[in-house]
Design a protein around this ligand. Structure first.
Ligand code: DGL
Length: 296
Protein backbone atom coordinates (compact mmCIF):
# COMPACT_ATOMS: atom_id res chain seq x y z
CA UNK A 1 0.00 0.00 0.00
CA UNK A 2 1.31 3.47 -0.74
CA UNK A 3 0.52 6.76 0.88
CA UNK A 4 1.83 10.22 0.19
CA UNK A 5 3.32 12.01 3.17
CA UNK A 6 3.68 15.73 3.26
CA UNK A 7 5.96 16.75 6.12
CA UNK A 8 5.49 20.42 5.56
CA UNK A 9 6.80 23.17 3.35
CA UNK A 10 9.18 25.99 3.65
CA UNK A 11 12.59 26.92 4.84
CA UNK A 12 13.90 25.09 7.84
CA UNK A 13 11.22 22.48 7.57
CA UNK A 14 12.60 19.58 5.65
CA UNK A 15 10.09 19.01 2.92
CA UNK A 16 9.17 15.45 2.24
CA UNK A 17 6.71 14.58 -0.43
CA UNK A 18 7.36 11.01 -1.28
CA UNK A 19 5.72 7.65 -1.57
CA UNK A 20 5.94 5.71 1.63
CA UNK A 21 5.36 2.00 1.75
CA UNK A 22 2.98 1.30 4.59
CA UNK A 23 3.51 -2.14 6.05
CA UNK A 24 0.56 -4.45 5.38
CA UNK A 25 1.34 -5.97 8.80
CA UNK A 26 0.70 -2.62 10.45
CA UNK A 27 4.05 -2.63 12.20
CA UNK A 28 7.63 -2.10 11.23
CA UNK A 29 10.50 -3.42 13.35
CA UNK A 30 13.29 -1.58 11.53
CA UNK A 31 15.21 0.88 13.73
CA UNK A 32 14.82 4.65 13.81
CA UNK A 33 18.00 6.47 12.74
CA UNK A 34 19.10 9.62 14.59
CA UNK A 35 22.19 11.69 13.93
CA UNK A 36 23.98 14.79 15.13
CA UNK A 37 27.51 16.13 15.13
CA UNK A 38 27.97 14.79 18.65
CA UNK A 39 26.07 14.50 21.91
CA UNK A 40 23.29 16.96 21.05
CA UNK A 41 21.08 14.45 19.26
CA UNK A 42 20.80 12.55 22.52
CA UNK A 43 18.10 15.07 23.41
CA UNK A 44 15.98 13.53 20.66
CA UNK A 45 17.17 10.03 21.54
CA UNK A 46 16.19 10.43 25.19
CA UNK A 47 12.70 11.58 24.29
CA UNK A 48 12.26 8.85 21.66
CA UNK A 49 13.27 6.26 24.23
CA UNK A 50 10.67 7.64 26.63
CA UNK A 51 7.89 7.89 24.04
CA UNK A 52 8.63 4.70 22.10
CA UNK A 53 10.16 2.10 24.43
CA UNK A 54 9.80 -0.77 21.91
CA UNK A 55 11.66 0.90 19.07
CA UNK A 56 15.22 0.01 18.14
CA UNK A 57 17.30 3.17 17.69
CA UNK A 58 20.56 3.63 15.81
CA UNK A 59 22.37 6.82 16.83
CA UNK A 60 25.30 8.38 15.01
CA UNK A 61 27.34 11.21 16.55
CA UNK A 62 29.90 12.62 14.15
CA UNK A 63 32.27 13.53 16.99
CA UNK A 64 35.34 13.33 14.77
CA UNK A 65 34.12 16.28 12.66
CA UNK A 66 32.36 18.31 15.34
CA UNK A 67 31.47 21.15 15.51
CA UNK A 68 29.23 21.60 12.48
CA UNK A 69 27.99 24.99 13.62
CA UNK A 70 31.13 26.87 12.63
CA UNK A 71 31.44 25.22 9.19
CA UNK A 72 30.32 26.51 5.81
CA UNK A 73 26.91 25.59 4.44
CA UNK A 74 28.49 23.42 1.70
CA UNK A 75 30.43 21.40 4.26
CA UNK A 76 27.38 20.95 6.50
CA UNK A 77 25.33 19.66 3.54
CA UNK A 78 28.09 17.25 2.54
CA UNK A 79 28.44 15.90 6.10
CA UNK A 80 24.65 15.56 6.39
CA UNK A 81 24.56 13.46 3.20
CA UNK A 82 27.26 11.15 4.53
CA UNK A 83 25.57 10.83 7.93
CA UNK A 84 22.27 9.86 6.31
CA UNK A 85 24.05 7.37 4.07
CA UNK A 86 25.63 5.77 7.13
CA UNK A 87 22.28 5.36 8.86
CA UNK A 88 20.64 3.95 5.74
CA UNK A 89 23.18 1.12 5.81
CA UNK A 90 21.47 0.07 9.05
CA UNK A 91 18.11 -0.33 7.30
CA UNK A 92 16.47 2.45 9.29
CA UNK A 93 12.79 3.21 8.67
CA UNK A 94 13.13 6.94 9.37
CA UNK A 95 15.98 9.42 9.73
CA UNK A 96 15.90 12.28 12.22
CA UNK A 97 18.52 15.00 11.74
CA UNK A 98 18.68 15.80 15.45
CA UNK A 99 20.93 18.70 14.66
CA UNK A 100 19.73 22.28 14.35
CA UNK A 101 22.68 23.18 12.16
CA UNK A 102 21.92 20.46 9.61
CA UNK A 103 18.17 21.12 9.73
CA UNK A 104 18.69 24.84 9.13
CA UNK A 105 21.24 24.53 6.36
CA UNK A 106 20.23 21.67 4.07
CA UNK A 107 18.04 22.61 1.11
CA UNK A 108 14.29 22.18 1.58
CA UNK A 109 14.27 19.29 -0.90
CA UNK A 110 17.11 17.42 0.86
CA UNK A 111 14.66 14.79 2.09
CA UNK A 112 13.53 13.99 -1.45
CA UNK A 113 16.73 12.04 -2.06
CA UNK A 114 16.39 10.03 1.17
CA UNK A 115 14.46 6.80 0.52
CA UNK A 116 12.82 6.79 3.97
CA UNK A 117 10.94 9.54 5.83
CA UNK A 118 13.33 12.25 6.92
CA UNK A 119 12.88 15.19 9.25
CA UNK A 120 14.90 17.87 11.00
CA UNK A 121 14.15 19.87 14.15
CA UNK A 122 13.49 23.47 13.10
CA UNK A 123 9.80 23.37 12.23
CA UNK A 124 8.85 21.22 15.21
CA UNK A 125 10.65 23.53 17.63
CA UNK A 126 8.99 26.57 16.03
CA UNK A 127 5.55 24.97 16.27
CA UNK A 128 6.13 24.26 19.98
CA UNK A 129 7.36 27.83 20.53
CA UNK A 130 4.31 29.34 18.81
CA UNK A 131 2.06 27.24 21.02
CA UNK A 132 3.91 28.35 24.16
CA UNK A 133 4.27 32.11 23.68
CA UNK A 134 1.83 34.51 25.30
CA UNK A 135 3.63 37.74 24.45
CA UNK A 136 4.46 36.86 20.85
CA UNK A 137 8.15 37.49 21.47
CA UNK A 138 10.34 34.42 20.90
CA UNK A 139 14.08 34.10 21.39
CA UNK A 140 16.28 31.73 19.42
CA UNK A 141 19.75 30.60 20.40
CA UNK A 142 21.73 28.30 18.13
CA UNK A 143 25.09 27.82 16.43
CA UNK A 144 26.58 30.53 14.19
CA UNK A 145 25.70 28.57 11.02
CA UNK A 146 22.08 28.20 12.14
CA UNK A 147 21.65 31.84 13.09
CA UNK A 148 23.32 32.88 9.82
CA UNK A 149 20.82 30.75 7.85
CA UNK A 150 17.85 32.65 9.31
CA UNK A 151 15.91 29.36 9.24
CA UNK A 152 14.23 29.72 12.63
CA UNK A 153 13.07 33.29 11.97
CA UNK A 154 11.72 32.32 8.56
CA UNK A 155 9.85 29.35 9.95
CA UNK A 156 8.43 31.33 12.88
CA UNK A 157 7.26 34.10 10.57
CA UNK A 158 5.76 31.53 8.21
CA UNK A 159 3.67 30.29 11.15
CA UNK A 160 2.87 33.77 12.53
CA UNK A 161 4.10 36.87 10.63
CA UNK A 162 3.53 39.26 13.54
CA UNK A 163 5.87 37.44 15.96
CA UNK A 164 8.84 39.34 17.31
CA UNK A 165 11.99 37.20 17.11
CA UNK A 166 15.32 37.89 18.84
CA UNK A 167 18.23 35.60 17.94
CA UNK A 168 21.76 35.05 19.14
CA UNK A 169 24.47 32.49 18.51
CA UNK A 170 26.21 30.89 21.46
CA UNK A 171 29.29 29.35 19.85
CA UNK A 172 30.96 28.26 23.08
CA UNK A 173 28.03 26.18 24.29
CA UNK A 174 28.83 23.19 22.05
CA UNK A 175 32.46 22.82 23.20
CA UNK A 176 31.32 23.28 26.81
CA UNK A 177 28.80 20.46 26.43
CA UNK A 178 31.24 18.17 24.64
CA UNK A 179 33.78 18.84 27.42
CA UNK A 180 31.25 17.84 30.08
CA UNK A 181 30.85 21.34 31.55
CA UNK A 182 27.12 20.85 31.98
CA UNK A 183 26.59 21.12 35.73
CA UNK A 184 24.25 23.85 36.89
CA UNK A 185 26.88 25.37 39.22
CA UNK A 186 29.81 25.24 36.81
CA UNK A 187 31.26 28.78 37.10
CA UNK A 188 32.70 28.86 33.58
CA UNK A 189 29.47 27.73 31.95
CA UNK A 190 27.44 30.18 34.07
CA UNK A 191 29.72 33.04 33.05
CA UNK A 192 29.52 32.16 29.35
CA UNK A 193 25.74 31.80 29.60
CA UNK A 194 25.42 35.26 31.12
CA UNK A 195 27.51 36.76 28.35
CA UNK A 196 25.36 35.25 25.58
CA UNK A 197 21.96 35.39 27.22
CA UNK A 198 21.85 38.85 28.80
CA UNK A 199 20.61 40.59 25.59
CA UNK A 200 17.89 37.96 25.26
CA UNK A 201 16.80 38.30 28.86
CA UNK A 202 16.76 42.09 28.55
CA UNK A 203 14.73 41.91 25.35
CA UNK A 204 11.79 40.38 27.24
CA UNK A 205 11.24 37.13 25.33
CA UNK A 206 8.83 34.75 27.05
CA UNK A 207 9.88 31.66 25.06
CA UNK A 208 13.43 30.65 24.17
CA UNK A 209 14.08 28.05 21.49
CA UNK A 210 17.19 26.01 22.19
CA UNK A 211 17.83 25.81 18.46
CA UNK A 212 20.93 23.66 18.77
CA UNK A 213 20.28 20.19 20.14
CA UNK A 214 23.34 20.43 22.36
CA UNK A 215 21.85 23.28 24.37
CA UNK A 216 19.26 21.31 26.39
CA UNK A 217 22.22 19.65 28.08
CA UNK A 218 22.73 23.14 29.57
CA UNK A 219 19.01 23.64 30.26
CA UNK A 220 19.53 24.11 33.99
CA UNK A 221 22.15 26.81 33.51
CA UNK A 222 20.10 28.53 30.79
CA UNK A 223 16.86 28.22 32.77
CA UNK A 224 18.43 29.60 35.94
CA UNK A 225 19.67 32.65 34.05
CA UNK A 226 16.53 33.32 32.01
CA UNK A 227 14.17 32.83 34.97
CA UNK A 228 10.97 30.87 35.48
CA UNK A 229 8.84 33.14 33.30
CA UNK A 230 10.69 32.03 30.16
CA UNK A 231 9.69 28.70 28.62
CA UNK A 232 12.58 26.76 27.08
CA UNK A 233 11.88 24.75 23.90
CA UNK A 234 14.01 21.67 23.36
CA UNK A 235 14.26 21.23 19.58
CA UNK A 236 15.37 17.57 19.68
CA UNK A 237 12.51 16.71 21.98
CA UNK A 238 10.01 18.46 19.70
CA UNK A 239 11.29 16.42 16.73
CA UNK A 240 10.97 13.18 18.72
CA UNK A 241 7.31 13.97 19.46
CA UNK A 242 6.74 14.55 15.78
CA UNK A 243 8.42 11.24 14.88
CA UNK A 244 6.18 9.38 17.32
CA UNK A 245 3.05 10.92 15.79
CA UNK A 246 4.23 10.29 12.26
CA UNK A 247 5.14 6.63 12.82
CA UNK A 248 1.89 6.04 14.70
CA UNK A 249 -0.26 7.55 11.94
CA UNK A 250 1.58 5.54 9.25
CA UNK A 251 1.38 2.24 11.13
CA UNK A 252 5.16 2.16 11.19
CA UNK A 253 5.74 1.51 14.88
CA UNK A 254 7.46 -1.67 16.04
CA UNK A 255 5.40 -4.74 16.91
CA UNK A 256 3.63 -3.94 20.19
CA UNK A 257 4.11 -7.56 21.25
CA UNK A 258 7.90 -7.34 21.27
CA UNK A 259 10.10 -6.48 24.27
CA UNK A 260 12.13 -3.37 24.93
CA UNK A 261 13.86 -1.79 21.95
CA UNK A 262 17.64 -1.86 21.56
CA UNK A 263 20.13 1.00 21.22
CA UNK A 264 23.18 1.11 18.95
CA UNK A 265 25.49 4.09 19.17
CA UNK A 266 28.15 5.01 16.64
CA UNK A 267 30.68 7.82 16.93
CA UNK A 268 33.47 8.92 14.64
CA UNK A 269 35.93 9.66 17.47
CA UNK A 270 36.70 8.45 20.99
CA UNK A 271 34.09 6.17 22.53
CA UNK A 272 35.11 6.96 26.11
CA UNK A 273 34.41 10.70 26.06
CA UNK A 274 31.05 10.18 24.38
CA UNK A 275 29.89 7.42 26.72
CA UNK A 276 30.83 9.30 29.86
CA UNK A 277 29.02 12.55 29.05
CA UNK A 278 26.11 10.68 27.44
CA UNK A 279 25.70 8.81 30.73
CA UNK A 280 25.54 12.08 32.70
CA UNK A 281 22.95 13.51 30.34
CA UNK A 282 20.82 10.37 30.13
CA UNK A 283 20.98 9.98 33.91
CA UNK A 284 22.21 6.39 33.65
CA UNK A 285 25.08 4.42 32.21
CA UNK A 286 24.65 4.29 28.46
CA UNK A 287 22.68 1.16 27.53
CA UNK A 288 23.67 -0.45 24.25
CA UNK A 289 26.83 -0.98 22.31
CA UNK A 290 28.98 2.04 21.33
CA UNK A 291 31.26 1.61 18.30
CA UNK A 292 33.71 3.87 16.53
CA UNK A 293 33.28 4.21 12.77
CA UNK A 294 34.79 6.19 9.95
CA UNK A 295 32.22 8.17 7.93
CA UNK A 296 32.95 10.11 4.79
N1 DGL B 1 23.89 19.81 17.86
C1 DGL B 1 24.09 20.57 16.72
C2 DGL B 1 23.01 21.55 16.42
O1 DGL B 1 21.90 21.27 16.78
C3 DGL B 1 25.42 20.85 16.17
C4 DGL B 1 26.38 21.60 17.01
C5 DGL B 1 27.69 21.74 16.29
O2 DGL B 1 28.21 20.72 15.86
O3 DGL B 1 28.16 22.86 16.18
O4 DGL B 1 23.21 22.58 15.85
Amino acid sequence: MEQTALFGKGWGLLRIEQKINVSPLDFDNRPIGVFDSGLGGLTAFKELRRLLPREDIVYFGDTGRLPYGTKSRETIIRYAGQDVEFLLRHQVKMVIAACGTVSANVPVDFGDSVPVPFTGVVAHACAAACAATRKGHIGVIATPATIRSGAYEKQLHAFAPSLQVTSAHCSLFVPLVESGFIQRDNPITCMVAEQYLSPLRDSGVDVLILGCTHYPLLAEVIGDYMGDSVTLIDSGRAAAGYARDFLTQRHMLADPGRGAGTNRFYVSDSIEGFSEIAGIFLGETIRGEVSRVAVG
